[in-house]
Ligand binder design. Structure first.
Ligand SMILES: [Zn+2]
Length: 82
């Protein structure tokens, strides 16, 4: 995943994540996407959820979350691409 591409595609205001580390296959969605979303690593609530390109993804199009305290991008394990 190219960070700049993600930012461009999303077209939303994001923190500067260009130097964030990307952790592949980090967590299952069900373990993250709860009523209160916190980082399971550092318990921060400073979290952004990343959406992908819906055309290429089966199911919901959430692909990763960003923790602004860890300064890492944690990709979901259970993202199924077409
Ligand atoms: Zn964190």
């Amino acid at each position: 995943m190219n960070n700049e591409k993600v930012l461009h595609r999303k077209g939303i205001k994001m923190p500067n994540i260009s130097n964030y580390e990307i952790i592949k296959n980090a967590f299952y969605k069900k373990d993250i996407l709860k009523d209160i979303i916190i980082c399971p690593v550092c318990n921060s609530k400073d979290i952004h959820i990343l959406k992908g390109d819906g055309h290429k993804i089966i199911g919901d199009d959430l692909i990763a979350f960003i923790c602004n305290d860890c300064k890492k991008i944690y990709e979901f394990i259970d993202v199924i691409c077409k």
